[in-house]
Unconditional design. Structure first.
Length: 100
């Protein structure tokens, strides 16, 4: 139980991963599609076009994280052959499936 409001049985978990690199924002789980950062009417930041993927099992969750990590932009540097040259953001979303 999570604070008495929901349980694991009625909670879905989704994940979305994107990177910021060289002024570009790309969806790391959806063919590196270009994304846009927008502000909604309430002044909150929205990543337009970012796709979420449901993770039904712990194995699904870890596979999505690994896929996102493998799609990050990397380049060789003097200190490292495969240095990440981007910032990646992983969003994990917990939703009550009974209130959809």
């Amino acid at each position: 139980e999570f604070g008495g409001c929901c349980s694991c049985d009625n909670t879905t978990i989704s994940i979305a991963i994107f990177e910021i690199y060289g002024g570009r924002i790309q969806d790391l789980l959806n063919r590196r599609n270009r994304l846009k950062v927008l502000e909604d009417g309430r002044g909150e930041v929205v990543i337009a076009g970012l796709e979420e993927f449901e993770a039904s099992t712990p194995e699904d969750f870890l596979a999505l994280i690994e896929a996102g990590q493998n799609n990050r932009t990397t380049h060789a540097t003097e200190a490292n052959d495969e240095s990440s040259r981007s910032h990646s953001i992983c969003q994990v979303l917990f939703r009550d499936s009974e209130s959809r």
